[in-house]
Design a protein around this ligand. Structure first.
Ligand code: PTJ
Length: 262
């Protein structure tokens, strides 16, 4: 598929560039067709959040980096959208935190898992878990293809990072006693509500910020434990929801004043 040329002065250039990456990923079977819809949903929430990393998101990014760094066995779960958007960033984060990378798909097929593995390897990954026969263990509570996990990865992990997730697995992983770090632009989703640490931000912005936070916190492990002790996910999530509410009020007020001027 041929990429479209986005004019340099287009007001929504960044958003369109990200969209192109998803479309390209879909053409290579990395992104599921439903992944296009999921992306559109994310764009909607990103618009409401002002398309920037908020204070609550930064708090959660620090907590997420601390959770990965203090884990015995951290694993970053990668699906199609994540691979298409931030393959290099995920590898960087895994390298800093000592996390494994595991492919875990809702719409699993041999073709897709192989395409995602190849994309990750091209980006520099060496040991991609969860592909082919490696996904031989099962999460008993789950009915979807997401139940298939690697016995050396998610099954035995104590901290699992799940970007762009669907709620069932987050709940199942929590039931298994794992710490779940979610990245989800929708603060109302089941994943966002159920995860231990929820980063309400675009994965494109959050991933390099996670790597930066991890690089800094790695020098001060005492600080990591302190961050985790004081982090309150429910309160932090409420912060993201309030932010949306305030932005909507501001926009509504502007509309109203324009109406009066007219
Ligand atoms: O690759 P697969 O087969 O594992 O399938 C992946 C998708 C994303 C299709 C699957 O997990 C799915 O259906 O997810 P949902 O239930 O649509 O949830 C995706 C969530 O991610 C939604 O809450 C979106 O708002 C959010 N989201 C979308 N794009 C981004 C995002 N969050 C952060 N950054 C984004 N760029």
């Amino acid at each position: 598929m041929k990429n479209i040329k986005i004019p340099p002065d287009h007001p929504r250039r960044e958003s369109l560039k990200i969209r192109e990456k998803i479309i390209e990923g879909h053409a290579k079977t990395v992104v599921a067709t439903a992944g296009l819809i999921a992306h559109g949903r994310g764009e909607g929430f990103d618009y409401l959040l002002g398309e920037k990393t908020s204070k609550p998101a930064l708090n959660a990014i620090n907590a997420g980096a601390a959770a990965l760094l203090t884990a015995q066995k951290p694993v970053i779960s990668v699906n199609g959208n994540t691979a298409a958007l931030v393959a290099k960033g995920i590898i960087d984060l895994a390298h800093i935190t000592g996390a494994e990378i595991e492919v875990n798909l809702f719409y699993r097929s041999q073709e897709r898992e192989q395409a995602i593995k190849e994309l990750l390897e091209e980006a520099g990954a060496h040991n991609v878990l969860g592909v082919g026969n490696k996904a031989s263990a099962k999460i008993p509570e789950l009915g979807s293809e997401r139940r298939r996990v690697d016995p050396n990865g998610i099954l035995v992990a104590d901290v699992v990072m799940v970007p762009l997730e669907d709620g069932d697995r987050t709940e199942a992983l929590i039931k298994m006693g794992k710490t779940v770090v979610a990245i989800d632009l929708n603060p109302l989703s089941r994943t966002a509500q159920k995860a231990t640490i929820t980063i309400v931000d675009n994965i494109v912005r959050a991933t390099p910020k996670l790597a930066k936070a991890a690089r800094k916190l790695k020098q001060d492990m005492k600080k990591c434990y302190e961050i985790l002790r004081y982090f309150d996910n429910k309160r932090n999530l409420a912060g993201s929801i309030i932010l949306i509410k305030e932005r909507l009020s501001e926009i509504a007020e502007k509309c109203e004043s324009l109406n009066h001027e007219g």
